[in-house]
Design a protein. Structure first.
Length: 344
């Protein structure tokens, strides 16, 4: 065994580190139950004992105390000498209906939509096929199309999971000087409206499937963008609206296999004018062994939709097959980068 592999990290031996990794699902379950019981909401007005919380949450007081004590060790809450629990800064975003809330996001990420496919991760590694399709009998986006309530929650999840990236993208990439930005597969328009909010002279086209029209209309109106953004319904596997200066796709290409990606990219290329540019917003995997969100998300892509995250070189190769030239990769103050490409 290499010498460095046996050295303790943060006081933990390799054996202890591996055991902690294997117990990760227990931590996820703790966070899920705390969210399901809305404990952060119940503690928002001040410290409460487990007995008091049990009355509000219809739980067993002794069992809830044991749960709260362990959740406090994770940093979600803190316990004082009188055994009263308070909300911490880490637990604060678990509150529902507040700015920056991850309440819905946590419920989605720890729910069956993700846990069932991951129970078949070995199958995905062995076959290259998704655990989701093995569990549910169809690809995830087909399934979401047949379950609109789950589809709406999935859209909320995407906003919660990727929400902080939108301001980072608007700050990192200069959209000034453009007349029209098309957000291809932009769901309800969170990214597009964020970008336009930083660039008053730019208008937008939001292109997505028809079932997103109502949600998009509500978000666009709520952001005061009704006179600057129009929604167009359609599928990027069939055609994409022409006439925009910038075609933007955020967390789209990573969802699909290579053949499907090439179809999307070629449809985009067909819609683009000579001076148009393509922006692919994704977690570009860096070289080396350091942790990066794109690496763990890549395994979600393997198990759930069947797509993948890519390195800069892999994006260059994919784009070239679709008739594009990778111009540059623009980093942002978030996990994503902006992959800029032009028609070759």
């Amino acid at each position: 065994m290499p010498e460095q592999a046996s050295a303790p990290v943060n006081g933990l031996t390799p054996q202890a580190q591996l055991i902690e990794m294997a117990r990760g699902h227990q931590v996820a379950s703790m966070v899920r139950v705390a969210t399901q019981l809305k404990l952060a909401d119940h503690l928002s007005e001040g410290p409460r004992t487990a007995a008091e919380l049990a009355k509000s949450t219809a739980t067993d007081a002794p069992s809830l105390y044991r749960f709260m004590r362990t959740a406090a060790s994770l940093g979600l809450f803190s316990e004082d000498a009188e055994h009263r629990f308070s909300l911490t800064a880490l637990g604060e975003p678990l509150r529902s209906g507040v700015p920056g809330s991850v309440h819905t996001t946590i419920l989605s990420l720890t729910g069956e939509l993700f846990t069932r496919p991951f129970s078949d991760l070995l199958y995905s590694v062995q076959t290259g096929k998704t655990g989701f399709e093995k569990q549910y009998g169809m690809p995830i986006f087909d399934w979401l199309g047949q379950h609109p309530d789950e589809g709406a929650l999935f859209s909320d999840l995407m906003i919660g999971f990727h929400g902080p990236e939108t301001a980072a993208v608007a700050a990192a990439y200069d959209f000034s000087g453009f007349k029209t930005v098309a957000d291809v597969g932009g769901a309800t328009g969170h990214l597009l409206c964020t970008v336009l909010g930083s660039y008053p002279g730019v208008n937008g086209v939001l292109f997505d499937l028809p079932h997103n029209a109502d949600g998009a209309a509500a978000l666009i109106k709520g952001r005061g963008m009704a006179d600057r953004v129009r929604f167009e319904a359609g599928s990027f596997f069939e055609n994409i609206p022409s006439g925009a200066d910038v075609y933007m796709m955020s967390h789209i290409i990573h969802d699909w296999n290579e053949e499907q990606c090439l179809t999307i990219l070629r449809n985009c290329r067909a819609a683009m004018g000579p001076g148009s540019r393509l922006l692919i917003i994704e977690m570009v995997i860096p070289p080396g062994n350091d942790p990066h969100p794109g690496k763990s998300t890549d395994i979600v892509m393997l198990a759930v939709p069947g797509g993948q995250e890519r390195t800069e070189q892999e994006y260059g190769e994919l784009l070239a097959k679709a008739g594009f030239r990778l111009e540059r990769v623009v980093p942002t103050d978030s996990a994503v980068s902006v992959v800029e490409a032009f028609v070759a």
